[in-house]
Design a protein around this ligand. Sequence first.
Ligand code: ATR
Length: 264
Amino acid sequence: MKKYLVIGNPIEHSLSPKLHNYWFEKNNINANYDKRKIDKSEIKQIISEIKDDKLDGINVTVPFKSDVIPFLDALSEESQITQSVNTIYKQDKKLIGHNTDIKGFELSLKEIQFALENKTIFILGAGGVVPSIIYALEKLDVSKIIVSNRTKQKTENLKKYFSNISIVDWGDQPEFDMIINATSLGLNKEDNINLNFKNINKEKLFYDVIYNPKETNFLRTGKNLGCKVSNGKMMFIYQASEAFKLWHRVKPEINEELKKYLNL
Ligand code: ATR
C-alpha cells in the first residue's frame, strides 16, 4: 500500500487526508493518506522516508513550505521562484519539490466570472501562500499588484523576488479591483481586518484564502457591499487535485458530492 502524508504545525484542521483518501477510494487506488504534526527539526527525517520508500509523497503546509527546500534534490520552476513547496515526490531516486498552490489559485479564479487583465489587485498579508498568489497573478496580466502586511519587512523581502509589486503600509487602503485576504485574520470568526471599506462600488471581487469558516467577516463585508466574493475552498481542492495528478497520474473528479462530503 502506498503512503502519503501532510506535514505542518498546526495540522489538526487539515482536510487533506479526508480529501485524498476519498479520491483513493473513488479511483481504486491502494493507498493511505495521513497527517503528522511536526517540529522543524523533524523535517529531514520525514523527507528521508520518501528516499527510503517508507513514504511515497508528502504535502507540506504552514509553516514549513520553505523550510523543506534544503532537503530536496530539485525544485520545479514554480517552487524555485516562489521558494515554496507544498508537494514532494520521488523521480529517478531524486526528491523533487513542487508548488501546486499556484495552479490551485489559478483554477479557482477560472470559476469566478471576473476578468483580471489590466486590473489592480490588493493583497493583504505576506505569509507562506502570498508568493504563489503573486506568481499566478503576474501570469494573468494584471496591471498592478499592491501588497500590505502588518510586518512591513516581509513585504520588502517579497519585493526581492517580485520586483514589480507595490507596497503600502498596513492599514492603508489603495484603489483596487480585487482584494485578497491572505492573512490568518478570519480563522477566528470574530477576527476583523481594520480597513474602512466605505465608498467601494460593487464591481470589486473579495477573495479570502480562508475556507473554514466559510464566510469570514472580510467576505461578509464584501457581500454586504454587493461585491463578488469567494473563499479559499476551490483553491484548496484544486491544489490537492494537482498533487493527486502528479502522484497518481489520475485526474480526480471534483463535484458537488465531494464538496458536500468535505462540508465546504
Ligand atoms: P507565516 O507568516 O509563518 O508564513 P502565514 O499563516 O502564512 O504564516 O501568514 C500569516 C499572515 O497573517 C502574515 O501575513 C501575518 O502578518 P505578519 O507578517 O505581520 O505576522 C498575518 N497576520 C496574522 N495575524 C495578524 C494580525 N492580528 N493582524 C494583521 N496581520 C496578521
